[in-house]
Design a binder for this molecule. Structure first.
Ligand SMILES: C[S@@+](CC[C@H](N)C(=O)[O-])C[C@H]1O[C@@H](n2cnc3c(N)ncnc32)[C@H](O)[C@@H]1O
Length: 389
């Protein structure tokens, strides 16, 4: 059973990966079309369309008793997942292969997991502008009310960054808001000299995160500053989602497996003076290798997905400061392998939880209540005693 589970999770991870790749190709086709990308994109759409058309043919037959194995699976998909999810998943090569090749048990587990992650997959595809309606539109004229329902007008989600949406279980979606402002996504740290003026007595204000000789060689290409490079920190942000976690608020859920040591992304925000105290919830104090403070990275307004990583006393990642390209950056790095669908967590540091209660649930948790408080003595109560006499 464990192997089957692993296989279905592997397929699921590949489905997210494929959908993201198809959307990336589409973006390239729309901005700088190259023959190779256009062909790849057309092939993905044609294959998705073929699978959906075959499912439509089966749905119109009304007779399922003598269906072939593959067609039975398509019927099961449309009845259990619905036409929208089918059309979304049909864009994934891993999904199309699974409809033919997955073993019976793997298939059953896969379908249950697709059902359990229905909103996650839909949100993932829609915020990346997957053309999932295309394969269905061709069949709008057929008498398939469930399919027609899916073609009703939808709110556009793709004109916003995917990390402007937070999934609340399988039910709803909200936007990340803090101090009444939408927490905007940005791809790079922002330095505004005006914010530093009050901290600097004389001379020019400069960005203290610019890489200097003493920060060492670039962590990626290993070149010294004598050979300037344009390396950027890797980022897996396309393969994570923001989710509301009970008691902790927004957190980050992995939509792929990540390896120990892997850099997951840069901790991005506004570059503020190290004495800046305006962001006690999200900010991180960056130090150089001599433990001298460099700057406070404040992502409360502008930042990327890494600002939403919740704390765990047994965390899966850590903060690291390193020289990459032209800058000194704070990155999030995996301390161990991270599995698909796991919540990504980081340790906020010793002082963060003074006066706050950690709800990480880890056996190493510093806020963990003593045994006696955790399970209060149970006294059986006669229900009648609870009413006024
Ligand atoms: C950097 S933010 C993380 C994202 C945050 N959950 C949100 O909704 O925007 C840090 C805040 O998240 C919440 N948080 C993170 N980890 C937590 C934990 N282990 N237990 C309780 N609350 C946590 C606390 O409110 C904390 O001040």
């Amino acid at each position: 059973m464990e192997n089957t589970n692993r296989e279905s999770v592997r397929i699921l991870a590949a489905i997210y990966y494929d959908i993201n790749s198809v959307c990336d190709i589409r973006k390239r086709v729309n901005s700088k079309p190259k023959d190779e990308d256009t062909n790849d994109y057309r092939t993905a759409c044609r294959r998705a369309s073929t699978l959906v058309s075959r499912a439509v043919t089966q749905a119109l037959r009304h007779q399922v008793s003598n269906q072939r194995h593959y067609d039975q699976r398509l019927t099961e998909l449309t009845t259990r997942l619905g036409w929208k999810l089918l059309s979304i998943c049909a864009h994934s090569a891993a999904f199309r292969q699974a409809t033919i090749r997955a073993g019976v048990v793997t298939w059953d587990v896969l379908i249950s997991q697709l059902e359990a992650n229905r909103l996650s997959i839909e949100l993932f595809a829609r915020t990346r502008n997957l053309e999932w309606r295309g394969p269905l539109l061709k069949h709008a004229r057929h008498n398939l009310p469930e399919l027609q329902k899916e073609l009703a007008p939808y709110i556009k989600l793709y004109d916003q960054h995917p990390h402007h949406f937070v999934r609340i279980e399988n039910k709803a979606v909200r936007m990340p808001v803090y101090e009444e402002f939408l927490q905007m996504h940005t791809d790079a740290c922002m330095f505004d000299p005006r914010e530093w003026k009050s901290y600097v007595e004389e001379g020019d204000v400069y960005d203290p995160t610019q890489r200097e000789e003493e920060d060492g060689n670039c962590w990626i290409c290993r070149q010294s500053l004598e050979f300037p490079c344009s390396c950027l920190p890797p980022d897996v942000g396309q393969l994570v989602e923001l989710v509301d976690y009970p008691k902790k608020g927004i957190g980050v859920r992995a939509l792929a497996n990540f390896k120990e040591g892997q850099i997951l992304g840069e901790f991005i925000g506004e570059i503020r003076h190290w004495n800046y105290g305006g962001d006690p919830k999200y900010s991180y104090l960056m130090h150089d290798k001599y433990f001298q403070p460099v700057a406070t990275i404040s992502p409360k307004r502008y930042g990327n997905w890494t600002r939403f990583i919740n704390h765990s006393c047994g965390s899966s990642t850590k903060f690291d400061t390193m020289a990459i390209g032209k800058r000194l950056v704070v990155v999030i790095r995996a301390k161990r392998d991270i599995m698909m669908f796991e919540e990504i967590t980081v340790h906020y540091g010793g002082n963060y939880w003074e006066g706050r209660t950690c709800e990480c649930g880890s056996s190493k948790c510093k806020s963990r209540k003593p045994e006696s408080e955790e399970s209060p003595l149970q006294i059986p109560v006669d229900n009648d005693q609870l009413h006024d006499t």
